[in-house]
Design a protein around this ligand. Structure first.
Ligand SMILES: *Cc1c(COP(=O)(O)O)cnc(C)c1O
Length: 422
């Protein structure tokens, strides 16, 4: 839909946006940049004042097809005109089509749909616990997660998220979680052995294939292969949180394809419907212990969200977006590394897979990721921090060579200016 088709009222309200009015009644749960976005097209956004930005945030790794993509616009417009919501009391054909696409294109056999990443992880946690009780005969199951992980903001997922800053003041947290360092097999083996003797038996290990919020840290393939082996030996379930890295962002459809393993259960959300709210929990047939009544969601898998997700999945395939993510990702990392070579005292490392990349600022540099993000925003490039010292680059998977080049040129200017002020 172009701006011309919006009602005059909608465009007027955007141009008279007042942040003070907003802050008077919206609960202050976010630290916001002083920017209100009015519209988008492709990898570009325009604010309410008419300034344009190159969008390397994509709703935080969510707008897979960028903004106003014709395939997504068409699918959503058609579906909302036909049937946008109906209860899971009835069969929803679009949900079946999406589940079929997902199981045909992954290691999973079944899919459950909900509305967000946290909800998908809640579903995975519940499934793992029921499996522990009914199959493994564990009455006090523990799920191991990794330090610096991020799994969501609900009580169970914030407990799974092993970062104190997200948990502070929300105790009592949910029992049954234990934390280990990421990419460290010896620490994991020790933790499992210690939990076994304390009669809090390990039922599952929940990991991100690449830690997104925790600083864009790719999983180590050798580590994940050993985790898989350990899980097989001990009958432990391997759960992967693919909420940020899944659906092509890593240059492969699923993050686990970069690691040479398959999970028993995994979750998806952010990029799955390109920005229409959806979550999915997928599992192999061998670990599906859910029966009618065990788990549910009013909105989960409704026709609108599933039609949007199907359009994203089909476009990924038809337009070869996985290959684009790999090639453009390589181009982006090369450009970021060139900036790193120019400013070796500021840039510690550039890392990532496909189109999820991080530039880590040196610990010694008097510069933070939010400062770089703010400076880039002022130059027309939107970026997002992943922790205090990592700048994250997660553009839409449709990003072009020229747009990647433009982003690197802007960032080069930003560093040039920032170094003057240090
Ligand atoms: C964003 C994110 C979540 C939480 O998703 P919500 O949709 O915000 O609930 C969970 N896990 C990972 C890895 C994420 O990046």
């Amino acid at each position: 839909m172009s701006l011309e088709t919006l009602s005059p009222a909608a465009t007027a309200s955007a141009s008279t946006f007042d942040a003070a009015d907003f802050d008077r009644c919206v609960m202050p749960t976010y630290g916001r940049f002083p920017l209100a976005i009015a519209r988008g097209e492709g990898c570009r956004l325009w604010d309410t004042e008419g300034n344009s930005y190159l969008d390397f945030v994509a709703g935080i790794a969510t707008c897979t097809l960028g903004h106003a993509h014709p395939a997504l616009v068409d699918a959503v417009a058609r579906q909302i005109q036909t049937l946008h919501h109906v209860s899971n009391l009835y069969y929803i054909p679009q949900q079946g089509d999406l589940a079929q696409w997902l199981v045909q294109n992954s290691c999973a056999d079944f899919a459950f749909f909900c509305n967000s990443g946290a909800e998908a992880n809640e579903g995975a946690i519940k499934l793992a616990r029921k499996y522990a009780h009914t199959v493994l005969g564990i009455c006090n199951p523990v799920i191991i997660t990794a330090n610096a992980s991020f799994h969501g903001r609900t009580l169970a997922t914030v407990t799974a998220t092993a970062q104190p800053k997200y948990q502070q003041n929300f105790s009592p947290l949910v029992p049954g979680f234990h934390y280990v360092p990421y990419n460290n097999i010896a620490a994991l083996e020790t933790a499992i052995a210690q939990l076994d003797v304390s009669e809090r038996q390990v039922a599952a290990i929940l990991l991100e294939p690449l830690q997104g919020e925790g600083g864009v840290r790719p999983g180590d393939a050798a580590y994940f292969q050993k985790v898989r082996q350990l899980c097989d030996e001990k009958g432990i379930l391997l759960l992967l949180d693919e909420v940020q890295v899944g659906i092509g962002r890593s240059g492969r459809l699923w993050g686990y394809e970069n690691l040479g393993i398959e999970p028993d259960i995994f979750t998806s959300a952010k990029g799955l419907a390109g920005g229409i709210p959806i979550g999915a929990m997928l599992c192999k047939a061998s670990c599906n212990v859910f029966t009618p009544g065990d788990h549910a969601s009013t909105f989960g898998g409704n026709p609108l969200a599933c039609a949007a997700a199907l359009a994203v999945c089909q476009t990924l395939t038809q337009d070869n977006l996985l290959a684009n993510a790999r090639v453009r990702g390589e181009q982006l990392r090369e450009g970021l590394r060139a900036i790193g070579h120019q400013y070796p005292s500021l840039v510690a490392e550039v890392r990532g897979w496909g189109l999820i990349n991080g530039l880590e600022i040196s610990a010694e540099a008097a510069l933070t990721a939010p400062e770089v993000v703010k400076a880039a925003m002022d130059e027309g490039l939107l970026l997002v921090p992943a922790g205090p010292k990592v700048v994250r680059f997660v553009p839409p998977l449709i990003v072009s060579a020229a747009e990647v080049e433009e982003a690197i040129a802007i960032l080069g200017r930003v560093f040039q200016d920032l170094v003057k002020g240090l």
